[in-house]
Design a protein around this ligand. Structure first.
Ligand SMILES: [Zn+2]
Length: 221
C-alpha cells in the first residue's frame, strides 16, 4: 500500500474526528484569505509553512510558480485566478517561489530542456527574469539563482496585474499582492518590499502588523 493511501486511513481515523466541526463548517462554503500561487515542487508544504487550516488558502501550483500574462484564450491559471479574485473575492494574493527550484534551474539553462518541450515552452514565461539576471553579470551560480528566484516572483506579480479581475480589484484598493521566496533548507521566507525594491524577512516585512496583532491580543487579555 502506498504511504499516501495509508495516510488517508490514518486521516479518517485520527485527524478528521479532531477537526470534525471545521470540516462540517467548510462543507457549507469557502472564504479563503488568499490565493496562494506556488511551485508544484513536493518539498513545499503550504499548510505547514503558513500554519493554515483547510479553507484558508485557495492554492494554484505549477512548475515555477508562473502566472502567464492575461490572454484571450483560457488556461487553468487564468480561470483559477478569475474565480479566486472575482468570485471568492480573496483579499490577498501570494506568489511564492522557492530555493532549489528545478523549474528555475531549467529556465536558466534552456538547452537542458530539449527533451521536455512543454516544460521548455512553459518556462518561456520566465524569460524576462532570466534576461535581467544575465544583464547583471553576477559571478557565482548561487547568487545568480537567488536573483532569478526573486526576479521570477516579481515578474509573475507583473503578469498577475494584466488579469482583468486583478486589475479591477487593485484599482478599487481592496486586493493586496505579496511576493515571497521560501528557503527549503532553512525555512526562511523572504517577502518583496516594493517601496524599497528588495526582499526582506517576513518578520521585518510584516513587523507593523505583527505588533498591531500583539497589541490587540494584549488589550483583549
Ligand atoms: Zn520549483
Amino acid at each position: 500500500m502506498p504511504h499516501f493511501a495509508a495516510g488517508v486511513i490514518r486521516f479518517q481515523n485520527e485527524v478528521y474526528p479532531q477537526k470534525k466541526e471545521l470540516f462540517e463548517k467548510l462543507s457549507k462554503g469557502q472564504a479563503p484569505e488568499a490565493l496562494f500561487i506556488t511551485c508544484s515542487d513536493s518539498r513545499i508544504e503550504t499548510a505547514m509553512i503558513t500554519q493554515t487550516d483547510p479553507g484558508e488558502l485557495f492554492i494554484c501550483r505549477n512548475a515555477g510558480n508562473i502566472v502567464p500574462p492575461h490572454m484571450t484564450h483560457t488556461g487553468g491559471m487564468t480561470a483559477s485566478i478569475e474565480f479566486a479574485v472575482a468570485a471568492l473575492q480573496v483579499p490577498h494574493i501570494v506568489i511564492c517561489g522557492h530555493t532549489e527550484c528545478g523549474a528555475m534551474k531549467g529556465a536558466m539553462n534552456p538547452d537542458s530542456l530539449d527533451s521536455l518541450p512543454h516544460v521548455k515552452e512553459w518556462l518561456g514565461y520566465s524569460k524576462a527574469a532570466v534576461a535581467i539576471v544575465d544583464a547583471m553579470s553576477l559571478e557565482g551560480e548561487e547568487q545568480r539563482m537567488q536573483l532569478l528566484l526573486e526576479q521570477n516572483v516579481m515578474l509573475q506579480l507583473q503578469h498577475l496585474k494584466t488579469h482583468p479581475s486583478v486589475a479591477a480589484r487593485l484599482a478599487k484598493g481592496d486586493l493586496r499582492l505579496h511576493g515571497w521566496v521560501y528557503d527549503i533548507r532553512t525555512g526562511d521566507v523572504k517577502a518583496y518590499n516594493e517601496a524599497q525594491d528588495r526582499f526582506e524577512s517576513v518578520d521585518v516585512h510584516y513587523a507593523k502588523e505583527v505588533a498591531a496583532l500583539a497589541h490587540s491580543s494584549n488589550c483583549a487579555a
